[in-house]
Write a protein that binds this ligand. Structure first.
Ligand code: C2E
Ligand code: CA
Ligand code: CA
Length: 657
């Protein structure tokens, strides 16, 4: 930039750089009182040396006015330094300062030059000294604000040069030249300093901004890491953080409950109303839960349709189960959606600190167990972890340990329960039911140990072992009697198990069409794609596939349609009250009709008496199974049972023998 441009630039107030203005004002508010101090002491000194020589308005009135004005201005700047200000006020103050500085730069030399008309050579020298020292001092004090510093320096230096340069005295001429040189140096220094000052301010601001950005990013990452972005609630990690904090702060709130919630029917709502509606349900669930737990509590979305809550337990509040039931009731209210209203329910498992556990992990596990208990026994209700659950966990741990060391070959056996035709009661096939007799623990029920074997990763071994035993038994049965065998969830998604089952069928020599595998819906839900592959593979071999416990899950209908089941087994909970409960009758009738339409065979399980059997026959159910026909029996028992029910038929008698 050319010199004139640079100089005019230096007179500008940087309204485009608010940060520079703020920094200038901060620096000036410390410097300006010094400027006034310097000015008034120098004015007083010059007045004193001219007192009595020059007129009073120059030696008394003017210094008094300067002193009072200096005190007033200094106080104003000191006050200003202590209060916040906005940019407009800052700019105004700088403009005023520039004007005042220029005015003083004219008035003060004018006053000094007026005094110069009086006195002797010493007093004249004092005037020159006053002007030169004051101007340099003031310009340096104003260095942070070049417009003021420069006008002071240039105006006074010009006045000095004119006054003393034209005096016709060599010494004064030398002083004038000296002053002009100093003025150049000071102007240059002010220019350089101001550039460096502005640069430093801008760098500091940039650094500050960058730090703020980094901090925002870090905060954002931390938020993301601990929060669920859909609901804005804490996520699983965030929930554990909340639990840990609650435990750490237990001195303040000594008792609290940890709850885990699972929405029942969420998947259906998602399927029926769409994902946007599903999201809406999740957000609304979060809102309802927050309302229920209050300000002291906390809510987290742990993933999918699973939520976690922290519930402070105050003296005098409802007992925990009642509170839990209220939460379940809140979730059972319909969810208003853009395209309808969804009805869901939430199961809740609760554990308490410190009774159920002392650390976050344990509290979570206990609540999870209570939730599992709620879901498997009382869907849509709240279960509080209790000492009975503790005993169950203990017992389960014992069973799991026993499973790991069990000798499956000798300890595992099978019982068989016949499935009969509704019309004539003829045996169609037998369902194989696992039995485990442990030397120390005694007989353990299959619905007890299978889930534990699944969890322990031992179930495939059990399946393969049992299926071998089942085939061995079925080889002795008449050719028209089939075998139905239960598969576990894990089996369905383990292709090696599928291969081993197929190999076992081939080895046994039994026609694959005599064999059916029973699969529950919950097992399908694990990994529907992998499960469908396995089912298709089994189908291709001619093996039959049955959907077990139909009606206990949720999306049954869609599975029946997609997966081409050969059999559907109506869960025994619909059969239990069928003779008295019209609703059960309707449900069964619907299922039976649907099977009929799709060309699927229907089986009713858990038929315990003649009335049930007759009613099921009337409803059109094709096959029946239950204690009314026979209890599950040993492999040996099957032979005598068949002999009995099929009565002396020669062909069958031979086959069974
Ligand atoms: P499930 O597949 O529904 O098997 C039927 C269960 O109902 C059997 O219990 C049977 O004894 C019982 N049952 C039969 N008729 C009646 C009746 O009239 N009334 C009542 N109340 N119950 C009846 P079990 O043998 O204790 O088996 C329980 C569950 O264990 C089975 O339910 C099945 O899910 C599982 N399970 C049994 N064996 C196996 C197996 O080899 N593999 C797998 N993965 N699971 C098995
Ligand atoms: Ca079954
Ligand atoms: Ca069943």
């Amino acid at each position: 930039m050319k010199l004139p441009g640079r100089i005019t630039g230096m007179f500008r107030i940087r309204t485009d750089q608010p940060e520079v203005i703020r920094a200038q004002l901060r620096a000036l508010s410390k410097q300006i009182p010094l400027v006034y101090f310097l000015l008034s002491t120098n004015v007083l000194a010059l007045s004193a040396t001219h007192f009595g020589v020059a007129p009073a308005w120059l030696t008394v009135v003017t210094p008094l006015v300067v002193l009072l004005a200096s005190i007033a201005r200094s106080l104003d700047w000191i006050r200003f330094s202590r209060r916040p200000f906005d940019l407009a006020e800052g700019i105004r103050r700088l403009r005023n300062l520039r004007t005042l500085a220029t005015a003083l730069a004219i008035l003060m030399p004018a006053w000094a030059i007026a005094l110069y008309q009086y006195g002797d050579i010493y007093q004249h020298t004092h005037v020159a000294f006053f002007m030169s020292v004051t101007v340099v001092g003031v310009a340096i004090c104003l260095i942070h604000f070049p417009p003021a510093a420069l006008s002071v320096m240039l105006v006074v230096a010009a006045a000095f040069a004119v006054q003393f340069g034209l005096e016709g005295n060599r010494i004064y001429l030398a002083l004038a030249i000296n002053m002009v040189l100093i003025a150049f140096i000071v102007v240059h220094t002010i220019g350089t300093y101001s550039k460096a000052f502005n640069g430093a301010v801008m760098t500091r601001i940039a650094l500050k901004r960058q730090n703020a950005r980094t901090r925002r990013l870090a905060d954002g990452n931390a938020r993301l890491a601990l929060h669920d972005h859909l609901t804005g609630l804490a996520n699983r990690r965030g929930f554990f953080r909340i639990l840990e904090n609650a435990i750490a702060g237990a001195a303040k709130a000594p008792r609290f409950a940890v709850g885990l919630i699972d929405l029942d029917g969420f998947k259906q709502a998602n399927d029926i109303y769409g994902h946007a509606a599903g999201d809406q349900v999740l957000v609304e669930t979060g809102r309802r839960l927050r309302e229920m737990v209050g300000k002291q509590g906390a809510v987290a979305r742990l993933g999918g349709d699973e939520f976690g809550i922290l519930l402070p337990l105050d003296e005098g509040c409802d007992d925990l189960r009642t509170q839990g039931q209220k939460i379940c009731a809140a979730l059972a209210q319909p969810f208003a959606l853009a395209n309808g209203a969804a009805r869901l329910s939430g199961s809740l498992g609760l554990s308490t600190y410190p009774a159920s556990g002392l650390d976050a992990e344990m509290l979570f596990d206990r609540a999870d167990y209570a939730l599992y208990f709620a879901k498997s026994h009382r869907t849509g209700t709240a279960v509080v972890f209790s000492s009975e659950h503790e005993a169950l966990i203990h017992r389960n741990a014992e069973i799991e340990q026993a499973l790991r060391t069990a000798d499956f070959e000798t300890e595992l056996s099978l019982e068989f329960q016949p499935i009969v035709r509704a019309g004539d009661g003829r045996v169609n096939h037998f369902e194989a039911l696992a039995r485990w007799d442990h030397p120390q623990l005694g007989r353990i029920a299959p619905d007890r140990f299978f889930p534990l074997a699944e969890k322990a990763g031992l179930v495939s071994e059990l399946t393969v072992n049992l299926f071998g035993k089942a085939l061995q038994a079925a080889r002795l049965w008449p050719a028209e009697i089939g075998l139905s065998f239960n598969l576990s969830a894990r089996d369905l998604v383990t292709p090696e198990v599928g291969l081993m089952l197929v190999a076992a069928i081939n080895r046994s020599g039994i026609t694959p069409s005599r064999i059916a595998f029973e699969i529950t819906e919950t097992a399908l839900l694990r990994d529907i794609e992998e499960a469908s592959r396995m089912i298709a593979h089994l189908h291709a071999l001619g093996v039959k596939v049955a959907l077990d416990d139909f009606g206990t899950g949720y999306s049954s209908l869609s599975y029946v349609h997609e997966l081409e089941f050969d059999w559907v087994k109506v869960d025994r909970r619909f059969i239990e009250h069928i003779t008295a409960n019209e609703r059960s009758q309707k449900v069964v009738k619907t299922i039976v009709d649907m099977c009929e339409n799709l060309g699927i065979e229907s089986i009713a399980e858990g038929v315990e008496n003649r009335q049930q059997a007759e009613m099921l026959g009337e409803l059109g159910c094709r096959y029946l199974q239950g204690f009314h026909f026979a209890q599950p029996m040993t492999a040996q028992g099957v032979a005598s049972y068949l002999a009995r029910v099929r009565g002396g038929s020669k062909r069958n008698g031979q086959a069974v023998a």
